[in-house]
Design a protein around this ligand. Structure first.
Ligand SMILES: Cc1cc2nc3c(=O)[nH]c(=O)nc-3n(C[C@H](O)[C@H](O)[C@H](O)COP(=O)(O)O)c2cc1C
Length: 182
């Protein structure tokens, strides 16, 4: 299946990037196509709430920035992975801007599944990000949860974490045909 990963960390060799690399390696080993967008290195502005997409032209955001590199990949993806450092108990601001811009597509048409990768300094700081994931992605977008993976403090970049993430990526199967049609 086609998997889109939105990386909300600005650090190319940081903890979130390590989580993504491990998950991607496993998923690719299982035959999936994984596209990672480093949203912090892209020019992605916040949603203007102009409602052009919802009143005049759905799937066409009037803001012409790098989000238009993401939209075609999002449109074809069957799974989305949100990956972020925890900033002030939520996603990074850059990732939040990209998430809000999904609004222009309402429900991306092939998306069926989601997973969440979170890195933090402290333990137990994930409620805000998980609340958004559960309510906006699993419930509102009707996606199946393929797992929530967290790493705090010393867990970051640990061998155990990276092995678990690679195994989780490798365990992903194709959505079956009935799931695709439902
Ligand atoms: C602006 C900012 C806010 C942060 N807020 C939190 C926080 O609320 N809780 C926490 O445990 N860690 C917080 N951290 C630490 C990061 O989540 C942590 O270092 C993470 O592993 C960084 O991931 P990265 O290497 O992928 O960028 C914050 C870091 C920054 C730069």
């Amino acid at each position: 299946m086609k998997i889109i990963v939105m990386n909300g960390s600005p650090r190319p060799n940081g903890n979130t990037a390590a989580m993504i690399r491990a998950y991607k390696a496993g998923a690719e080993r299982a035959g999936h196509e994984v596209t990672v967008f480093d949203v912090c290195r892209m020019n992605i502005k916040g949603c203007l709430a102009c409602e052009y997409c919802h009143t005049k032209d759905l799937r066409n955001c009037i803001q012409k920035d790098d989000m238009h590199k993401i939209y075609p990949v999002l449109d074809e993806a069957e799974m989305i992975v949100l990956a972020s450092p925890i900033y002030y108990h939520g996603f990074s601001g850059q990732l939040q801007c990209a998430i809000n811009r999904i609004y222009a597509f309402d429900h991306p048409k092939k998306l069926k599944r989601a997973a969440l990768l979170l890195s933090s300094g402290d333990k137990g700081v994930y409620d805000g990000a998980i609340f958004e994931y559960n309510n906006s992605f699993l419930d509102y977008l009707h996606l199946e949860d393929m797992g929530i993976f967290t790493a705090a403090g010393d867990e970051n970049k640990s061998e155990d974490l990276l092995i678990r993430l690679t195994a989780a990526g490798e365990a992903l199967t194709e959505p079956d045909e009935t799931e695709k049609l439902s």
